[in-house]
Design a protein around this ligand. Sequence first.
Ligand code: APR
Ligand code: PHB
Length: 385
Amino acid sequence: MRTQVAIIGAGPAGLLLAHLLHRGGVDAVVIETRSQEYVAARIRAGILESSSVDLLESVGLGERLRAEGHEHRGIYLQLPGERHHLDFVDLAGRSVWVYGQTEVQKDLVAAGTAQVFYEASQVELHSLQDRPYVTFTDSSGAAQRLDADVIAGCDGSFGPSRAAATPGERYERVYPYSWLGILADVAPSTDELIYAWHPGGFALHSMRSETVSRLYLQVPNGTDPADWPDDRIWAELATRLGHGQDGWKLTPGPVTDKSVLPMRSYVQTPMRRGRLFLAGDAAHIVPPTGAKGLNLAVADVALLSRALVALLIDGDARLADSYSDDALRRVWRCTHFSWWMTTMLHASGDPFDAQLQLSQLRWVTSSEAGATGLAENYAGLPIGF
Ligand code: APR
Ligand code: PHB
């Protein structure tokens, strides 16, 4: 087979890139190891920045998002005995949208613009400097070879593209705590997300819809979810989120999913080797505290699709040549913001750290300059920043 762009991975980065290339008149084929059902059901992020919403809308993917998603003006920051609202619209002129990554994924599949080989195995990248091609075994067991002008590595942190793109620099920070996340069939107890600092550990109240809540607790690395029966989780969430404070109540409900997520920052540079370009989690991982993972993937493929259309339709290599530097500017901004939110909100066990965190949180919740910095980064900078 032959195509212009061979895309490895059918997560949000890979499918959105295929959609954007299709609109730009460039052919692409996507190769994915998992089944379509598995990819669609994976529980992931839930917050879209305004620039991600604008981009999805501008390419015909905004209809269900606008109808079923929920626009939030800001977030709450919770400290023991205090809750503060940060209004991003007042502070930075931008809002965010609650719309699950699973929903974005469904909209991309429904658009039908990507030709995808699901359930591929033995996916290998070859000849990256010159005439690249990908070999794999398709779902029927047949050996396939896909020749392309360019390969886009959108295969997340465990795919083969990241390794194929080295040598380069790798930057990493592993955090000494994880998140225990639950999905619950209960109406959210809050209208906007609550990020809570607590001496016993961070907690977050997020949501997916009017009837589904998503909540997280900071737990030690290596935590076994089996040690956290539902009652223990709800009791700890109630304590950390401020149940009873000023009459606020956390309503528990049936837990439908429970998992532990490690927290890591990772950036690999450059985001290109020869004719292989990396996008999304294949090139970088952020801890979830700043809600940036999905938005960074969207921003990467917005730049990459533009660069590949210029390269493959107009023969102009300038944007392709600057892609890695252009994308990394935003990657490092989001990497810093996610690290900053993470270290400001999680208990480290060190009393000096705790005092610095409280001082920082007081500044962010009482100074317009402090609040605006958080708002501008959380609600997201324009694509191309
Ligand atoms: N061959 C083909 N596909 C592969 C391979 C492989 N060898 N290995 C992994 N994949 C697929 C995965 O099954 C997955 O569907 O690549 C896809 C990568 O998708 P994501 O992990 O969702 O990454 P990305 O599309 O970059 O999206 C970033 O995902 O992890 C979240 O927080 C992150 O929300 C952000 C978003
Ligand atoms: C989520 O809803 O899963 C979510 C929201 C905000 C975050 C992280 C995760 O910062």
